[in-house]
Design a binder for this molecule. Sequence first.
Ligand code: ZN
Length: 147
Amino acid sequence: MGKLAKWLRILGFDTFYDPGGSTKKNMDSGGKNRILLTRTERVRDGKMPQECIFITSNNPFEQLRQVIDTLGIIYTDTHPFSRCIRCNTRIQPVDKDCVRGNVPDFIWQTRDSFQICGRCRRIYWPGSHTERSHDIIMRLFDRYDSR
Ligand SMILES: [Zn+2]
């Protein structure tokens, strides 16, 4: 589920992930418009205060596909690479000079645009979490044919 949460963030979805929290607590802290993704069988029979998807697969990619299929998410609903995958905060463009010394030298020399997470200060750049991810997203939404 940690990988699923990471992928939902990569796609730009506001994703709250608390592996140690109880299901009840997660539902309460989620807020009205959140959808609960759970692997806890027990929840299925309980009274659900909000929309809930019971995740069946162990495979993160299949889990992601299940969420997308169930919610009818299409490619244009997503905002890939707009959130920090570590803490879920929206990332912002940052001046190249500001990140010098905080990214590997060869990255600083070869990239012109950088983004930063305002909360945990993690720095992103084209390719930092996009190369392989882009392929997977395209595969997920069957986008290869329409290019
Ligand atoms: Zn962050």
